[in-house]
Write a protein that binds this ligand. Structure first.
Ligand code: 13P
Ligand code: SF4
Length: 341
């Protein structure tokens, strides 16, 4: 049975990549980037570091970004919650969001006067695509008076129809903060079911949205890993189906998985989540053996060093949010950021 998720999400402090010679940056990722590929990547890294200085820009990178982004050009790395918090704090003029579109849109909501760039605007999310603002209005009509908690993996239009947002790092605390007997938690059905298992006293209604990466894991996958690697610690993301979470030793956001590895220091661990998560943690934790199966997020993988470089060279693609959505969507995100465990 999985342990209860703890609320987490503070950004991981990274040594400023700008302060390190390229050879030291390569040393960080040499386990994941073949030496023959490094010269081409190093050219992009050097250009990005120079462009960041020129533009007064920061790169925020999600934990699922490839190691050559995560460990060489990112100023702030973390889970969705940490990236939202850091986006609210930064004094840079330009934010490059190395992640998917909803993350860049959230950064823009919190910084409407700054330039927020997404290196590939097609980097979407199956959860964000699963629900529209009209769907939320219809749910409200069907369940009058029931508060709506919307996963941050949604469009600004959906956030604007919501009472407040949550991430996988604070979902339970957000639902509890409402003190309501019934809560609509949308659009991730599995996250809602996993939170429901933690909060039997609250009725949680959901939506049939799923993460295309996490829905592919099965309880049989976990049993096979345990058989092949006796004693392995199994950490699952709460976007996985409840039957998968029930087989895991721990479930939590990507930042909470990182905390688990870095505080408990298991000899062997498998991360039931996106592949780059383990690669990035392996760089920082060479004494831990990471077992993979994992699934790739095709949206996260649209972001490359070359596209980050082009974004900063050409100042594209700037994220915009329709003026009438900014205030209500921002309110939902800020209400979430005000919730503390
Ligand atoms: P985290 O908030 O745990 O980083 O998850 C974001 C996400 O998209 C997971 O699929
Ligand atoms: Fe969306 Fe899933 Fe990719 Fe996360 S891993 S961005 S939830 S599709």
């Amino acid at each position: 049975m999985a342990e209860s998720p703890r609320v987490s999400g503070d950004a991981l402090p990274v040594a400023s990549p700008s302060a390190l010679p390229l050879a030291d940056l390569y040393a960080r990722v040499s386990g994941h980037v073949p030496a023959i590929e490094w010269p081409a990547l190093a050219d992009d890294v050097a250009a990005i570091l120079a462009l960041k200085r020129r533009r007064n820009a920061v790169v925020l990178a999600h934990n699922y970004q490839a190691p050559e982004i995560f460990h060489t050009v990112a100023d702030i790395v973390g889970d969705s919650l940490a990236l939202a918090r850091e986006a609210a704090r930064t004094d840079a003029d330009v934010i490059v969001l190395a992640g998917v579109h909803f993350m860049a849109e959230t950064a823009k909501l919190l910084n409407p006067d700054k330039t927020v760039l997404i290196p590939d605007p097609a980097a979407g999310c199956s959860l964000a695509d699963s629900i529209t603002a009209a769907d939320v209005r219809a749910l409200r009509r069907r369940h009058p008076g029931v508060p709506v908690v919307t996963y941050v993996n949604t469009s600004a239009a959906v956030k604007a129809e919501s009472d407040l947002c949550c991430t996988s790092g604070n979902a339970r605390a957000v639902v509890e903060s409402l003190g309501a007997p019934r809560v609509l938690m949308i659009p991730d059905e599995y996250l809602a079911q996993n939170v429901q298992a933690e909060l039997p006293g609250i009725e949680i209604l959901s939506w049939a949205g799923h993460c295309e990466v996490h829905e592919r894991f099965t309880p049989a996958d976990i049993r096979e890993v345990r058989e092949a690697y006796p004693g392995v610690a199994v950490l699952a993301h709460p976007e996985c189906p409840p039957a998968v979470v029930a087989e895991a030793d721990f479930a939590g956001s990507t930042a909470m998985m990182q905390d688990f590895v870095e505080t408990r220091r298991p000899a062997q661990v498998v991360m039931i989540t996106e592949c780059s998560m383990a690669d990035n943690l392996a760089v920082r934790n060479p004494d831990v053996a990471f077992v993979k199966p994992c699934n790739l997020c095709p949206h996260m993988k649209r972001i490359t060093l070359g596209k980050i470089r082009r974004a900063l060279e050409t100042m594209t693609h700037a994220v915009t949010v329709p003026a009438d959505l900014i205030a209500p969507a921002r309110r939902a995100v800020e209400r979430m950021l005000a919730v503390r465990p």
